[in-house]
Write a protein that binds this ligand. Structure first.
Ligand code: IMP
Ligand code: ZN
Length: 356
């Protein structure tokens, strides 16, 4: 698994434009990956292996193989809502504990093991907060799902990896409550759950229903991060309601209006920025238009992240290349500015449970 040969698109073009010295600088930079979805970051070879190993491989729906081929070639999204249709094929392959463990191991290795392309064997990330939505299946409960992923996360020391539990906006109240209760229980048992997230189709669900779940998580000492204002269709009310949950970090925060920006600036909630994701989902039309520029000008904390390396075919080093590359391939930041940005990702990590 390499960070550059398997990547394509905006991040690959930015990386290819850099000198060898600049690439080396980016690889060596200590940086935290704080926004990576497990099922969105499974390497293609692992997906193929899971398809071949599937207990009844012949019975896998045809769209699984076609789906993997498409992901390898690169998916073209007309708009963000197309994106969520990619997951059922992936989920068919990670619905039992053994396959899920294999997928989690591959994603952790992708970010944390030494990159074969790095001359000094650096890994892409100094630290990874991996997030995932626990799914119940015929083979596992939601608790078992999270224990399976935690077993893999905890193979690494606490200063390298931790888990965020995602709630999907489509979850009904009973499921969302169960997910938060399991996240809190695991944390109280000393497992390495550091936060909860809200993700999924940005227009789904009634956010009034979620307030109690996030406040319970906060009371238990978990960090809270919310995908917020991802599309122009997210309403003012939806955004302000999510901000009223007092999140520690925000995912995307692309379309904040003036009121929402005031709240974000005064709370200093770190914004997780996913440049390739926004460009490929067409929520941002060009790097020049990207809201990251505004946060940098205002010295607001941000963390540069990949979101979903599988469909977006990016890497953490590639996302940092988008900062350093000259315009129009990148934002043309100086190395000194990139060091500052990477430092912000490290200081925005959620707290580990005590005793870890
Ligand atoms: P999982 O939580 O490990 O299953 O990772 C995949 C899931 O993450 C998807 O089904 C989505 O619900 C969620 N997800 C991935 N990327 C995004 C995003 O950019 N916005 C909202 N949700 C996302
Ligand atoms: Zn995301």
């Amino acid at each position: 698994m390499s960070s550059s040969s398997s990547i394509a698109g905006y991040a690959a073009a930015a990386l290819a434009s850099l000198t060898a010295g600049q690439v080396e600088f980016l690889r060596a930079l200590p940086k935290a990956e704080l926004h990576a979805h497990l099922n969105g970051c499974i390497p293609v070879p692992t997906l193929r292996k899971l398809a071949a190993e599937h207990s009844d491989a012949a019975s896998l729906p045809e769209n699984v193989h076609a789906g993997i081929d498409q992901l390898q070639k690169g998916v073209v999204l007309e708009e963000i809502h197309d994106f969520f249709g990619l997951f059922p094929a992936i989920y068919a392959l990670t619905s039992n504990p053994e396959a899920l463990a294999e997928a989690a191991r591959a994603v952790l290795a992708l970010f944390l093991e030494s990159d074969p392309e790095a001359p000094n064997g650096q890994s892409q990330a100094a630290y990874l907060e991996l997030r995932t939505t626990p799914r119940e299946s015929a083979h596992m409960t939601r608790r078992r799902y999270l224990e399976t992923v935690l077993d893999e996360v905890e193979r690494y020391p606490g200063e390298r990896a931790a888990l965020i539990v995602s709630l999907d906006r489509r979850m009904d109240a009973k499921v969302a409550e169960e997910v938060v209760d399991v996240a809190v229980a695991l944390r109280n048992e000393g497992r390495r759950v550091v936060g909860v997230d809200l993700c999924g189709d940005p227009l789904a669900g009634d956010m009034k229903e979620f307030e109690g779940h996030f406040s319970k998580a906060k009371q238990a000492g978990l960090g809270v991060t919310l995908h917020i204002a991802e599309t122009t269709e997210n309403t003012h009310e939806d955004t302000l309601r999510l901000l009223s949950f007092k999140p520690d970090r925000l995912g995307h925060a692309t379309f904040l209006d003036v009121d929402a920006r005031d709240v974000v600036f005064s709370n200093k909630a770190c914004v997780e920025i996913c440049l390739s994701s926004n460009l490929l989902c067409k929520t941002v039309s060009s790097l020049d238009e990207h809201h990251l520029k505004h946060y940098l000008e205002c010295n607001h904390p941000v963390a540069i992240c990949t979101d979903d390396t599988l469909p977006f075919r990016n890497s953490l080093v590639g996302e940092y290349a988008l900062l350093l590359a000259q315009k129009p391939l990148g934002l043309g930041l100086s190395e000194q500015e990139v060091v500052r940005v990477a430092g912000m990702s490290m200081t925005s990590r959620f707290a580990l449970p005590t005793a870890q």
